[in-house]
Design a protein around this ligand. Structure first.
Ligand code: FES
Length: 146
């Protein structure tokens, strides 16, 4: 039911971990299943994503899509990273079963949340980026004790 690429990224996820002093961090939760995703971005002065890591308390499809999403945004400008949609990630993975499509949204939303965090910290605006709705703030998250 899963493509080989999905299985590969699930069993051997790329870029798992954290970035200390990251330029932007985004944490989002999936209301449907309660899974949580956090993305760390390291962005240089030319607005290029130098490094990207993720951590998830999520299902296999969420792990695979996040892994692929980190690979896709690496080396891109923040504007181009914004164009990495969940659809693009799914295509890169040769598709996901319909019931798992919502899982791929976690990665997209977490990247947007991390970009938003970066923009806020640096007082800049990223064209086309809207404030992420499902960003979970640090203090709320602690209360959840996941
Ligand atoms: Fe929760 Fe996939 S079931 S992210």
């Amino acid at each position: 039911m899963y493509s080989e690429k999905v299985m590969d990224h699930f069993t051997n996820p790329r870029n798992v971990g954290e970035i200390e002093d990251a330029s932007g961090v985004g944490t989002v939760g999936n209301a449907k299943c309660g899974d949580i995703m956090r993305i760390y971005l390291d962005i240089d002065e030319n607005h290029i994503i130098k490094d990207c890591k993720f951590k998830t308390f999520g299902c296999g499809a969420a792990v695979a899509t996040s892994s692929m999403a980190t690979e896709l945004v690496m080396g891109k400008t923040i504007e181009d990273a914004l164009k990495v949609t969940n659809k693009a990630v799914m295509e890169a993975l040769d598709g996901l079963p319909p019931a798992k499509v919502h899982c791929s949204l976690l990665a997209e939303e977490a990247i947007h949340a991390a970009l938003w965090d970066y923009a806020q910290k640096n007082g800049i605006e990223i064209e086309g980026l809207e404030q992420p709705k499902s960003d979970i703030h640090e203090d709320e998250e602690e209360e959840e004790e996941y």
